[in-house]
Design a binder for this molecule. Structure first.
Ligand code: 8YV
Length: 315
């Protein structure tokens, strides 16, 4: 029997591609010289899309895939997948929740600590001889015991909160509604949360409902000296307002893993010594990426065997 054909939108590790190639015919879009010509040639036979959080799948692309049956996302965030379109065509969408939660929360804390304690500057201080020439480096800012505000107390936000408990922090959060059985203080919006905290961490999911959720009002409501961390999606934040707050040093330090334009991020970010940058890498440990790949493959296998999908996102 013919192997189902899959359109692979972005680079995946060989440990995923190799077993997948045994079960499917893989059409690697990212290797195509001309995307249009590649889709024209292979589009009619494609039965599944394999994509990533930051790449997604547009209606314009899926319109050229008449036999499309499933979109499997290697990542938890499906904001770049046109789910309304998939729902209209009855195409299920799967993602990889849970397996990446703890690593994303780890990176949020790593960025927070690196920004507050100026780890990149400390590292440079030793390497470039400043320690010998100038003595101690400038003092930094404490993290433990501070007030942390989490925008979006979902799976990842809750994992950040658990870490914050270990740092004996006062924890508050914003979201659509207060969560039952949560001992943290609720605020109805980021703008209401921002003035109450020393550190604001964005963990909200991306997509139209959270576009610009951390708006200019929220950023301007941050206390002078605040620290800002984002491990969710660049789209959740008003980036020009963020840049302005960093330029004026209203935000004293920031740790950013996600941006409006990835990977070609606004060049001004790299000019700020008080900002620690990461290349959308929060889920990027070998352990988690293996687990994400395995879960994505389980969803594909279940679909083509006619079994219930382990992690389908309901339309
Ligand atoms: C990426 C992510 O998918 O899970 C998400 O939503 O954004 C990330 O885990 C990952 O970088 C794979 O490309």
């Amino acid at each position: 029997m013919d192997k189902p054909e899959l359109l692979v939108m972005g680079v995946l590790p060989d440990w995923d591609l190799e077993p997948m190639a045994e079960r499917y015919t893989l059409r690697l879009l990212y290797e195509a010289k001309s995307e249009a010509a590649f889709i024209a040639e292979h589009g009619p036979a494609i039965r599944g899309i394999v994509t990533k959080g930051e790449i997604g799948a547009s209606a314009a692309l899926m319109d050229q895939l008449p036999r499309l049956e499933i979109v499997a996302c290697y990542g938890v965030g499906v904001d770049a997948i046109d789910r309304a379109y998939c729902a209209r065509r009855g195409i299920p969408v799967t993602n990889t929740p849970d397996v990446l939660t703890e690593d994303v929360a780890d990176l949020a804390f790593a960025l927070l600590l690196a920004a507050a304690r100026r780890i990149p500057a400390a590292d440079a201080w030793v390497r470039d001889g400043s320690w010998v020439r100038e003595g101690s480096m400038p003092l930094t800012t404490r993290v433990w015991g501070k007030r942390i505000g989490i925008v979006g107390l979902g799976r990842i936000g809750s994992a950040v909160a658990r870490r914050a408990e270990g740092f004996r922090m006062a924890i508050s959060y914003s979201g659509r509604t207060p969560k039952p059985d949560v001992p943290y203080t609720f605020h109805p919006s980021p703008a209401a949360l921002a003035p109450e905290v020393d550190i604001l961490v964005c963990c909200a999911m991306g997509g139209p409902t959270t576009q610009g959720l951390i708006d200019r009002a929220a950023i301007e409501a941050l206390r002078p000296g605040a620290i800002f961390v984002n491990v969710s999606r660049g789209s959740v934040v008003d980036e020009p307002a963020l840049l302005e707050a960093l330029r004026s040093r209203r935000i004293a330090a920031a740790g950013l893993d996600v941006f409006w334009n990835e990977p070609a991020v606004d060049a001004e970010f790299a000019t700020f010594p008080h900002v620690v940058l990461a290349p959308h890498a929060a889920s990027g440990t070998e352990e988690t990426r293996r687990a994400m790949g395995a879960l994505m493959q389980e969803n594909l296998a279940a679909h083509f065997a006619g079994r219930p999908l382990p992690t389908e996102i309901r339309p």
